[in-house]
Design a protein around this ligand. Structure first.
Ligand SMILES: *Cc1c(COP(=O)(O)O)cnc(C)c1O
Length: 390
């Protein structure tokens, strides 16, 4: 079988070919109680799906009713983790508009993740157009105007779907976009409590794929996080290497604000260069905003260890800490437990986030919920059509 892509011109992903088949059995929008008691992620009425074949490339994207996929049991995603995804939110603004936050960054990361695991490449701009198309159909009903300050979660996914039990580059794939509800997690009472990862486990490793949003990075971390939940913590602080470098908090990036020994106020987070951590859109946005707007805070991306955190705690130099990511948003961290040592980190005077954490969070919220005009907030034009009524 010769599927060398150089011998023909495969079709690129093209959002302008999108076709629409609307649901004939629209579902009710769940209330808070239903959401809280559901074990399933409740998704909106529609999804977008596009198939890919090595020979012909991407098919015309279809918007159709949300529902199950049909796959052969031999599909490569089910055996060799040919799966990557993205996660972003659609925010209902206080000005009534729906916005995505820096979707171009998610698109570029999606392309990188797909290429890392031999899935077909996508054009980030076409992905963005497809997300906008889906939201423009489903948001008027599922995130109506009177839900200002709320969000839906958007999950683009690519899976290898070729029915072949050989660990080779998939010759068939599916990309789909679904939109669902996700609870708000940025305000756990008392702040987020982290437990450091066990000695015999790492989330990612140098030379591995921790920098890509591929499913293979997540399933295997759940045993550690379940243990943390049982012990009263929210997430694992993943350490790496002999010195215990602080890398990520669960599936969020980890930040500490401390006073350096020379007295400077410093916001520190793990670096990207050794490709251990995920290059978060929220992470990058925090770094950029603080560098632009807070002159008295130095911003540093470098390795820092749990030993440095313990030392700063002993010297009373810890000021604030937070985790940053789409799901948990900006979530203040109040405690890190490392073996038998407890690191307590100050919170704000009202029990919420500390001053700098709250400032960063406020800036991001202003952009996401349209309190200010900013190039990072991309407005989704909505279809107020007959298809969208309940
Ligand atoms: C998705 C993710 C993040 C956060 O990235 P955002 O783009 O800010 O949502 C951080 N770490 C891991 C491991 C992730 O999967």
């Amino acid at each position: 079988m010769n599927t060398s892509p150089s011998t023909y011109e495969a079709q690129r992903l093209d959002a302008s070919k999108l076709t629409y088949s609307y649901t004939t059995s629209p579902r009710p929008v769940p209330d808070e109680a239903t959401l809280a008691s559901s074990d399933e992620t409740i998704c909106t009425d529609h999804m977008i799906i596009v198939s890919w074949k090595a020979k012909s490339g991407w098919s015309a994207p279809e918007l159709k009713p949300y529902g199950p996929l049909s796959l052969f049991p031999s599909a490569s995603c089910l055996h060799y983790a040919h799966e990557c995804f993205e996660g972003l939110k659609a925010y209902r603004g206080y000005d009534g508009k729906i916005r995505l936050f820096r979707p171009d960054c998610n698109g570029r990361r999606f392309k990188m993740s797909a290429e890392r695991i031999s899935l077909p490449s996508i054009d980030p701009e076409e992905l963005e157009k497809l997300m906008v198309a889906l939201l423009s159909v489903d948001s008027p009903k599922w995130l109506p105007k009177h839900h200002a300050g709320q969000f839906l979660y958007v999950r683009p996914t690519i899976i290898g779907s070729n029915a072949q039990l050989a660990a080779v580059a998939p010759t068939e794939a599916l990309m789909y976009i679904i939109v669902g509800f996700m609870p708000r997690m940025d305000m756990p009472p008392g702040g987020k409590r982290l437990l450091t990862s066990p000695d015999d486990m790492v989330r990612a490793w140098v030379g591995g794929f921790g920098y890509a949003k591929v499913g293979a990075n997540y399933g295997p971390t759940v045993t550690a996080s379940q243990d943390a939940y049982r012990r009263g913590f929210h997430q694992i602080l993943w350490l790496y290497g002999e010195n215990g470098e602080c890398t990520e908090a669960g599936a969020s990036n980890f930040f500490v604000l401390w006073r350096r020994k020379d007295g400077a106020k410093e916001l520190i987070t793990a670096p990207l260069d050794d490709r251990l951590i995920l290059n978060g859109v929220t992470r990058r946005s925090c770094l950029e905003l603080v560098r632009q707007r807070l002159r008295d805070v130095e911003v540093t991306e470098r390795k820092f260890t749990i030993g440095e955190l313990l030392e700063a705690a002993e010297d009373n130099r810890l000021l604030e800490s937070f985790s940053a990511g789409t799901a948990w948003f900006i979530c203040p961290v109040s405690k890190v437990q490392h073996r038998d040592r407890e690191i307590n980190i100050p919170m704000g005077s009202d029990g919420g986030p500390g001053e700098i954490t709250a400032t960063i969070k406020g800036w991001l919220e202003d952009i996401m919920y349209g309190r200010c005009e900013h190039e990072w907030g991309v407005v989704v034009p909505e279809k107020e059509s007959e298809n969208c009524t309940l």
